[in-house]
Design a protein around this ligand. Sequence first.
Ligand SMILES: Cc1cc2nc3c(=O)[nH]c(=O)nc-3n(C[C@H](O)[C@H](O)[C@H](O)COP(=O)(O)OP(=O)(O)OC[C@H]3O[C@@H](n4cnc5c(N)ncnc54)[C@H](O)[C@@H]3O)c2cc1C
Length: 552
Amino acid sequence: MTSLEPASGPSATELAADVDVLVVGAGITGIYQLYRALGAGFSALLVEAGDGVGGTWYWNRYPGARFDSESYTYGYLFSRELFEEWEWSEHFAAQPETERYLNHVVDRFDLRRHIRFGARVTSAHFDEPSGTWAVSLGDGAAIRARFLIAATGVLSVPYTPDVPGREAFRGEQHHTGRWPAEPVDVAGKRVAVIGTSSSGVQVVPTILGEVAQLTVYQRTANWCTPLNNTPITPDEQAQLRAEFDELCAILNTSISGFAHPVNDRAAFDDSAAERQAFYDKMWNSPGFMKLTSNYYDLLFNEAANAEWCAFIADKIRAIVRDPATAERLIPTDHGFGGKRPPFVTGYFEAFNDPKVSLVDLRDTPIARLTDTGIETTDGLREFDVVVWATGFDFGTGALARMGIRGRDGLELTAHWADGPSTFLGLQTREFPNLFFPGGPHAAAGNNPRYNGDQVDFLTDVLVHATEQGCDVIEVSAESEERWTRMVDKGAAKTTFGTIGQYVGSNIPGKPRRYLLNTGGRPKLFEIFADVVKNDYDAFEMTTSTGPTGEPA
Ligand SMILES: Cc1cc2nc3c(=O)[nH]c(=O)nc-3n(C[C@H](O)[C@H](O)[C@H](O)COP(=O)(O)OP(=O)(O)OC[C@H]3O[C@@H](n4cnc5c(N)ncnc54)[C@H](O)[C@@H]3O)c2cc1C
């Protein structure tokens, strides 16, 4: 038993569990889940492996880290007061500001006393008679929870390729997803950045001014376009406050959870000259608009996608002075959106600096790290600092490392050996009372919006079950099958994210399975409403027999 003091509240099964709701993960999803569970009257506790609040924005402290979602559409919308009192400084805030914001939320809503930091869940076993989860933490503590809610994130397990000699390197090396809290001193140093997706392309221009020499190791070129970030002016701040309701209305009907206007034109509805003008407008638009407000057939029409890519390629050629480097920076193996497109500020320009060089790993793969540097088939380059910007075990990575066992000791990793099957990206059969908002099958778009929808719905499910006197909730086989089929069908229809992390192809041995839901928020709301209308019959809600075999 844990010595932790959970908040008191109307417990579903006070005798069987230490807490009604155990949330795992203090990212934007878990914090909101904690808030909602407490608000619904459950006793709740949140455990977090890290030593602070923020999840993604706690771990990713690398130079240049910032999101590509507009700050005010990324932050919470559940409290108008919170929205009005917090002023984001930029349209796309950097990591320190987002970490500060999430800490502010935790304190403003008095959540910190319900959070335990430095507490990694190492195992979670479902106990059938009591219908509870027996959870162990890395420090040996044990907690028994009625409902286990793993808000453990889709991008919380960094991936570092198994390159020989990594331990031999005598300089400093850091993964962007585990960047130290103490600033890493790169001033006057020879730095290698390995990886050129969203994180690597943020690091490069940010440290450029300080380093003596910067070598970028690229395996796959990405379709990078400008973030076009700007400060939020006082007038814009006032407008945001005044238009809170409108913003919520737009976001709540947006497929992707962004407040971007959707384009109802197909690429070839416009003349060639109109298209070029439109592409220019897109190039100068903020963040993800290049995907969400582009011609609607961008992801379905190969010719439309190819033309937009050709436009970007010409931009790269115009920015990067060395033609050979420019060509290497232009993707050749996927179209726009085939991988998550990164957004950049000064990335391509960095290659005009004589201190910067590009190593194309398709031509000269890394053979090993030595004590002084990185050896490719082309020879050794020596470094003081190596930055691994090599991504994450997306979607299922954190859940697979939690030691989760459901009914009859079934391991989640075995259950999902061929990839995840879920209902609403929230639950999987054979694992009653386990939920994972913000996990696989959750978001294709602005994450906090989808994840928040899941949290709201899930909280209603828990309340409903408790009101019915039920304490065991398990998705029906039919609901799970229908949803998973919908996800797979959606994947077959799009080119978005069909290579790389969203299908697990960046991790050796991981099953290739689409890990996102492209159905969109309105569809999600439709299904939620349907579940409620049908008296939650998508879930089997039952009563545990209790630890002693008696009804709890
Ligand atoms: C660099 C970067 C930029 C991003 N930019 C955007 C963006 O522009 N727009 C967007 O929508 N999304 C973006 N994302 C995705 C981002 O992960 C989500 O937006 C969001 O932060 C996810 O929140 P979360 O709470 O679901 O998960 P996380 O923020 O990942 O939090 C999960 C937490 O769970 C904890 N945890 C995991 N396993 C355990 C365990 N076993 N025991 C205890 N604790 C555990 C982790 O330590 C972590 O703190 C970005 C991600 C990265 C890495």
